[in-house]
Unconditional design. Sequence first.
Length: 81
Amino acid sequence: MIGYVVAVSLSCLVGIAELVSRYRDRPTTLVRVPSTWAYVLINGERARARCCSCTPSAGGSASSRRTSPTRRRCSWRASAR
């Protein structure tokens, strides 16, 4: 659970840093723009979804319980190969 919070928090901070670095002339105005918050929340949601897709479920199938933890792979990494 703490891992999810850390991943989402870091992702939101990266989103804020991207926007601040892009709009250097007046970064304080970003607070009032709704699309800023949408961008930050979308970044956080993507991190949460990525964490959930890589976490094996507790009640998995019998074959997933027999597989060693080092052999399990994230679904998105396996499909990228």
